[in-house]
Design a protein around this ligand. Structure first.
Ligand code: M6R
Length: 607
């Protein structure tokens, strides 16, 4: 994921920017760049590849200036190249960006129609061109910046400079990280506080949609309506984990909030935004003769496979087997050379998943791993690796890795469907657009904290809970139950709603909360009959549905979370967010050790 740095100083800034860019390398990048303002001129150097290439350029062409911005780019829209590298510069505006702009195409077309010429394939240049367009139309820098942000959809962190405003940095963030750091005399902006840690004494973590206009002497922060707001400065304590948790009380909450950004990166590393196609596993060309796809994983990663089964059956139309690794490794199973085996693991070190991979190697056509840690054993031992690029996941309860696994598996289903010639151009585009819309939907849903807290207050007193879902949301019922039991220690079970009357309904009484996932789809009416069965037995129903579902039910006896309307295809990804937040707040109210729940390990390297 891209990294951002901005500095306001009394001294030359380019070498400090380079130092910080090196610290941001861990986020992954394929090009880097710096811009400064000196003598009322924007100076810029960008280079593809390692930061050393940029250093060499700067040693040949000095970059003077006491104000500057820098960037490590991890390519999404457009190949890694100098033209696509940040900072992007148009007219008097120069800026860097981390994130994905969902509506960049629409804005780009608008600007092209007005006669603007683009120099890169990036969504970032669209933002800079738009801001420059507002300036051309008489807006001052501040108003142009606000107006630009007002047009953007998606997840983004921005840091801008203006040629005629050498003393200021203009920054904002939405579902992407950005902090302001204060040194003895200098002011910094960065993607994280850790990369600034040797330069700063205190830090401000910006809230969602905050806009900050910074000078060496003044920090003016505004909310998205343009109203001045106060954000507390925190002193930096290098021994404290506040640095990496930011404003969040727990890593789990931070990682839940990172999902819009992480999901955007996970998908966009495979979406070619020019051709509107998913490009991955180019080595696998022929999928005509495939007999079966086998997915193997543990815990949350297994539930990601259970969701993927729906996608692969529907779009790839091959038999799909999913299995938990600890069972799979010991079963007598026949394999054929026309099968692909796919292993999903955040850590890439889970002993059972690794053993399952070793079991099938050489017996199936190829093994593919979907991992977060690309240097892990599972990644090294599988023939193809699909990284989910979620960044380090510290909370034991898996959150962002789950949705990033879904991102990659959804891309793979679309890619395989194309390779089998089963999907029309139109459907391919629609599915990609739906994936692109996910970060925006996630950002809106994450913000509605009070409703999850209300659900959690109801749940915290329960000893048991049931989660119900049908179709593609059945695996989400399993995942939501796992999240709740892991961190709140409430016994929870996930069931397919239709299975209720075959046993679990015996447990339903007035003490049993039943959380039901009920989007309006082809199974809505059936799910609602299951809800009514619970109500008839005095069960406490908590329903997660959409606006239409809520108005069709119109029942004051049911507590509801109303989500916006989206397609069935992306619904398991979106429903993950309320599931995680309900579990989180329930555990918070119970006072459990959320990031390190008892008896659990983040990486299960033993059988
Ligand atoms: O690292 P892995 O994805 O292979 O880990 C698999 C499970 O151990 C993991 O998902 C576990 O279930 C989590 N604690 C769930 O939140």
């Amino acid at each position: 994921m891209c990294g951002i740095i901005g500095i306001l100083s009394n001294k030359e800034v380019s070498s400090t920017i380079i130092d910080v860019l090196k610290k941001l390398e861990y986020r992954g990048y394929d090009s880097a760049g710096i811009a400064t303002i000196f003598d009322n001129e924007i100076r810029r150097q960008r280079a593809k590849g390692k930061i050393e290439n940029l250093v060499n350029l700067i040693s040949e062409n000095d970059l003077p200036g006491t104000i500057g911005i820098g960037h490590t780019r991890w390519a999404t829209h457009g190949i890694p190249s100098e033209d696509n590298a940040h900072p992007h510069h148009v007219g008097s505006v120069v800026g860097v960006h981390n994130g994905i702009i969902e509506n960049f195409r629409e804005i780009k077309e608008e600007l092209i129609n007005k006669g603007y010429k683009f120099q890169s394939d990036t969504d970032t240049e669209v933002i800079i061109q738009l801001c420059s367009h507002y300036i051309n139309n008489g807006y001052n820098n501040r108003d142009a910046f606000f107006k630009t942000i007002g047009r953007l959809e998606g997840a983004f962190a921005l840091c801008f400079m203006f040629k005629n405003d050498e003393e200021k940095l203009y920054v904002t963030r939405r579902s992407a990280p950005l902090v302001i750091g204060y040194g003895k005399k200098d002011v910094f902006v960065g993607s994280d506080a850790v990369s600034l840690s040797n330069l700063i004494e205190s830090v401000i973590f910006l809230d969602e949609d905050d806009v900050a206009i910074l000078s060496k002497k003044q920090t003016n922060i505004y909310d998205k309506l343009g109203e001045r707001v106060d954000r507390k400065k925190k002193s930096v304590d290098l021994n404290s984990d506040i640095i990496s948790k930011g404003n969040y009380q727990h890593f789990m909450l931070k990682e839940i909030h990172e999902q819009p950004e992480v999901f955007g990166y996970a998908t966009s590393s495979f979406i070619n935004f020019k051709t509107h196609k998913i490009e991955m596993l180019n080595e696998i060309k022929e999928l005509d003769n495939v007999d079966r796809l086998i997915f193997v994983a543990c815990g949350t990663a297994y539930f990601a496979c259970a969701v993927a089964k729906f996608w692969f059956e529907k779009y790839v139309k091959v038999p799909v087997e999913i299995d938990v690794a600890s069972e799979f490794r010991y079963r007598d199973t026949s394999f054929s050379k026309n099968e692909y085996a796919i292993f999903v693991s955040q850590s890439g070190e889970t002993a059972d998943t690794l053993a399952a991979l070793r079991k099938v190697k050489g017996k199936v056509k190829k093994t593919i791993s979907v991992v977060n840690v690309v240097e892990s054993s599972i990644a090294r031992e599988s023939e193809f690796v699909l990284p989910i690029k979620a960044g380090p996941e510290i909370g034991v309860a898996s959150t962002k890795a789950f949705t990033a696994q879904l991102a990659v598996l959804a891309c793979l289903a679309i890619n395989f469907s194309n390779k089998r010639g089963l999907i029309s151009k139109k459907e391919n585009s629609e599915l990609i657009d739906e994936l692109v819309s996910v970060p925006g939907i996630m950002s809106n849903i994450i913000k509605k904290t009070s409703i999850y807290k209300e659900f959690a207050r109801k749940l915290m007193k329960a000893k048991n809970a049931l989660f119900l879902g049908r179709g593609i949301l059945y695996p989400l019922a399993l995942e939501a139950a796992l999240k709740l039991k892991e961190i709140s220690y409430i016994h929870a079970e996930g069931y397919p709603s239709g299975e209720l009357k075959h046993g679990p309904i015996a447990l339903v009484d007035k003490k049993m909360p039943v959380i039901c996932f009920a989007p309006v789809n082809n199974l809505f009416e059936k799910t609602i009959s299951n809800v009514q069965e619970v109500q008839a037995r005095n069960g406490k129903v908590l329903l997660i549905t959409d606006d239409e579902g809520a108005s069709r039910l119109n029942s004051s006896e049911i507590s509801m979370i109303k989500l916006p309307k989206f397609s069935n295809f992306i619904s398991p990804i979106i429903y993950a967010i309320p599931s995680q937040l309900i579990a989180y707040y329930t555990a918070l109210y119970k006072g459990t050790d959320i990031d390190k729940p008892r008896n659990l390990a983040k990486s299960v390297t033993v059988e």
